[in-house]
Design a protein around this ligand. Sequence first.
Ligand SMILES: NC(=O)C1=CN([C@@H]2O[C@H](COP(=O)(O)OP(=O)(O)OC[C@H]3O[C@@H](n4cnc5c(N)ncnc54)[C@H](OP(=O)(O)O)[C@@H]3O)[C@@H](O)[C@H]2O)C=CC1
Ligand SMILES: O=C(CO)COP(=O)(O)O
Ligand SMILES: [Zn+2]
Length: 349
Amino acid sequence: MLHSIELPSRIIIGSNALRSLRELVEAFGARGAAAVVITGPNVWRKYGERLRSVLEDVVELEALEAREPSVDYAERLSSEAAERSPRLVIGFGGGKSVDLAKYVAHKLGVPLISVPTSPSHDGIASPFASLRGLNKPFSVRSATPAAIVADIDIIASAPLRLIRAGAGDLVAKLTAIRDWRLAHRLKGEYYGEYAAKLALLSAKHVMEYAAEIGRGSKEAVRVLVEGLVSSGVAMCIAGSTRPASGSEHLFSHALDLLAPGRALHGEQVALGTIMMMYLHGGDWRQVRKTLMKLGLPVRARDLGIDDETVIKALTMAHKLRPERYTILGETGLTWEAAERLARVTGVID
Ligand SMILES: NC(=O)C1=CN([C@@H]2O[C@H](COP(=O)(O)OP(=O)(O)OC[C@H]3O[C@@H](n4cnc5c(N)ncnc54)[C@H](OP(=O)(O)O)[C@@H]3O)[C@@H](O)[C@H]2O)C=CC1
Ligand SMILES: O=C(CO)COP(=O)(O)O
Ligand SMILES: [Zn+2]
């Protein structure tokens, strides 16, 4: 069977990396053309002028507001963007802005440059977008970023909670790849060992620097961003989010349905990782300790999520993506088993 891989052609990470955008835009043949930047109001207020000055005299820049991460809104943005006939799309912001930009670039068939300003999850570097209104609580295939520009000065200025959440999304790879291997052995699902190892490496990389990342130092944020990018590359190589998303993500997606907006994606998957590692028979205590070092909550109530919601999410998680086999099996957990799991691991008390 043929396996085709599409990867970003340029990844620029470092202090003041934003200035490289000028040269990058020229390399994409966009000099003198129109470009659309999709960005949120806070980010644009804080860094819009800087972006404009970097691209001054290079492109005709039009900023469109990333208001909400929904398909309807992404469609609206696509129509607005199409009127400008842009040569490229720039996603400048957190996950919401980058996901909307992926959709718009995909729809218009133009290259996407991902310029993340927050390291809250690995979607900043993956070809998958998570948008409401698709009847799917998980991400779907969209544009692969043609390039990623990760300016560490900007990303390190994001709220600490977003930084810690990004590390949580990487720790989650510990159980995601266990689930993938299990599905391979039990169900004969395609398993890409290289992609799995790369995703695992991104988890181990941030775990080694857990305390520093938890404090949000610039050096540690760079480690985190490198991990997020390599997890994104692992998804590009696999051609799916399989190396990055297993039962711990299903738990988080269930929480999003039951208690939307309560906690961040990375915080939720981190809690899920403790519990799924227990089910896998791995060292869940070590996972818990690492999350504490990262400054991530290890109890649901610290995220404002009550016990019943946790148990319900655990019992419904297996139904959300039936084609993706995980440790939760085909029938999932009973209420009693779910309650026991959450109590034993200290997620509820
Ligand atoms: N594609 C994928 O694989 C995945 C996608 N997601 C999606 O990603 C989104 C969540 O991403 P997330 O980044 O957490 O949230 P947002 O993109 O909503 O960003 C959160 C907040 O942080 C602000 N912000 C971002 N960067 C900075 C900065 N440097 N300084 C100050 N403020 C900043 C944003 O401002 P502003 O208002 O200007 O944007 C926003 O108010 C959701 O839509 C979720 O569904 C989640 C998991 C995986
Ligand atoms: O969050 C992701 C990877 O970290 C994407 O996973 P999903 O495909 O489950 O949305
Ligand atoms: Zn994730």
